[in-house]
Write a protein that binds this ligand. Structure first.
Ligand code: HEM
Length: 156
């Protein structure tokens, strides 16, 4: 279904755009969530040093994870804010549906695997972690496609 509403598509599109402050909050908080996750990976896998008793974590490593967890809860809250005014309306108006659909799916996977990091047994946790950070890193690419794509819905 392309657009079965009575109003013209342009009028449907208008409210999809969030007010400026909310829009930039979504951008900054999501970017902070992504950056802290990526920094944790860099510090964990590239900046550990060899200590007397094995590998020694960089002092900032645990900070990135703490910040990441904090921002991620904020991201879930923002996702709820976007759900009805942006995501469902955008889907119904067939506006950037592919990239938006992927972004929504990725957010779902990240939330589920994020919870898995806390509660799954150790062997499942390793898989949850792997899926979480691979999907997490890829999310930036999907977001950029979604953000920069100029596609407009086709008229029926
Ligand atoms: C909806 C978005 C996201 C949610 C809800 C989320 C949630 C979480 C949670 C709850 C943790 C566990 C924190 C802890 O152990 O204290 C975590 C860890 C992590 N997240 Fe995310 N995250 C999200 C997005 C991302 C993104 C975009 C990236 C990629 C850059 C990412 C990378 C990581 C990494 C590398 C870890 C550490 C994994 C481990 O401990 O094995 N996350 N995330």
């Amino acid at each position: 279904m392309e657009n079965d509403r009575e109003e013209p598509i342009e009028r449907n599109r208008g409210p999809l755009r969030l007010p400026k402050l909310r829009r930039w909050t979504v951008y900054y908080v999501s970017l902070a969530c992504w950056t802290t996750g990526a920094l944790w990976l860099i510090f964990r896998y590239f900046l550990r040093t060899e200590g007397k008793f094995g590998y020694k974590a960089h002092p900032l490593e645990s900070w990135w994870l703490t910040l990441h967890a904090g921002f991620s809860f904020w991201v879930i809250w923002l996702f709820g804010l976007l759900w009805s005014i942006h995501i469902v309306r955008g889907w119904n108006a067939n506006w950037r549906r592919w990239s938006g659909g992927f972004l929504t799916g990725f957010a779902f996977i990240l939330t589920v695997t994020g919870v898995g990091l806390y509660y799954l047994p150790q062997n499942w946790r390793a898989w949850s972690s792997l899926i979480h950070w691979i999907v997490g890193l890829a999310t930036l690419g999907i977001f950029l496609i979604h953000w920069l794509s100029k596609s407009l819905p086709k008229r029926t």
